[in-house]
Design a protein around this ligand. Sequence first.
Ligand code: PLP
Length: 397
Amino acid sequence: MTDFAKTKAMFHIPAGVIYLDGNSLGPLPKAAAARVNRTIEAEWGEMLITGWNKAGWMDMPRRVGDRIARLIGAEPGSVVLGDTLSIKVYQALASALEMTPGRRVILSDTGNFPSDLYMADGLVRTLGQGYALKTVAPEEVEANIDDTVAVLMLTEVDYRTGRRHDMQRLTARAHAAGALAVWDLAHSAGALPVDLAGCGADFAVGCTYKYLNSGPGGPAFIYVAPRHAEVARPALSGWLGHESPFAFDLGYRPGRGVDRMRVGTPPILQLAALDAAMDVWDGVTMEAIRARSIALTEQFIAGVEAACPALHLASPRDPVTRGSQVSFRHPEGYAIMQALIARGVIGDFRAPDILRFGFTPLYIGEAEVAGAIAILKDVMDNALWDRPEHKVRAKVT
Ligand SMILES: *Cc1c(COP(=O)(O)O)cnc(C)c1O
C-alpha cells in the first residue's frame, strides 16, 4: 500500500502554501538538501577530481536513469540522464529521422509544448533536403499518420489543458504506417502510469524537475528502445557518448546502448538532488498515484464548477483522457492567478487565458483541494484579482 502521509512528510512545503504547481517545478524533498550538501562537502570538497571514480559520479546518469525507468515502464538500462529536455527532444528526433530514410515528415500537434516544435523546426532547417514539420490539431493526429510520416512526435499530456493522447494506440498506428514514435513524457513521468515497453515506443524523453522533484534545472532523461539502442546514431556526438571517452580518439564511435545519448559532463549536484528525490518513490506504485490523482482532480473540478461559475473547464471531463492537472479558462486568468498566489494557492498561468493547477498525490490531499477551492471562490466572489498589482506581468508566468 502506498502511504501518502509518509510521502507528504518527505517534502518541505512552506507554511501557509497550497502547492498546485508541481507540474511545473516540484517542491523540495527534504532529503535532497542534505544529499546535495553531502555531495558538495564530503565528495567534491574532500575527493576533488577522484570523486568521478570514488563517489561513482560518472555512472550516475545511468544509475539514476534506472530508477526513473521503473516509473515509465522502461527496460532496465534503457534510460539515461543529462542536458535539458529540449536537447533530448532534438537527439531523439535526429536519430529517429536517420532511421526512417526516404521519409521527410515529422508529425506533431498544435498542443505540443513550443520548445519541442522549435527544436524540430531547427533540426529540419539544418537537415534541409525537404524535411518538414507538420502540426495538426491534437484530435487530427491519428488521421494524419500516413506513409509520408517519418516520425510521430507527441507530448502525451498537453501542458495547457492536460489532454492525454492514447500512447498505445498512436504508437501502433505509427508503426503500422512505417513511422517511428517519439514520446515526450514531461507531464507523464511521475504523474501517471506509463508503459513504454508495452506500447513499443521507439524513443521517449522527459524532464525531472516537474513531477520527479529534482529541483530547478534538473537534468532531462532519454529512453531508447533496446531494439534500437545499438542502431540509433547520436546527432550530438559528445565525448561522453563515445564508446571510450578516455581513449581520446580523434574519431567518434558511439557508446554502448543508451549511453551513446550522453553528451558532455553530467551535472553531479543536480543528479544528487534527483537521486535523493527518487527515494520518495520507493514503496509508491503508479497505480496508487493515478487513482488518487483522479480523485483529487474530480474533487477540484466539481468544487470549482459549483463555486466559480465564471471559470470554464479547459481540461477533458473524462479522467481517462486527462493527465494530473486541471485547467480553467478566464479572460482575467493572469490576474486571478496572481491573487491566488498572494493568498498562498500556487498554480500557474499559460497564455492566453489558462489557469493551470497540478495535483501531485505525493503531497496534496483532499484538505488542500478543499482549501484551494475556498480561496478561489473568495477571489472570484469579491473580485480580489481586480487590482493593478495583480496585472503586472512577471518574466516567468
Ligand atoms: C517543461 C517542458 C519542456 C521544457 O524543456 P527544457 O529544455 O527542460 O526547458 C519541454 N517540453 C515539454 C513538453 C515540457 O512540458
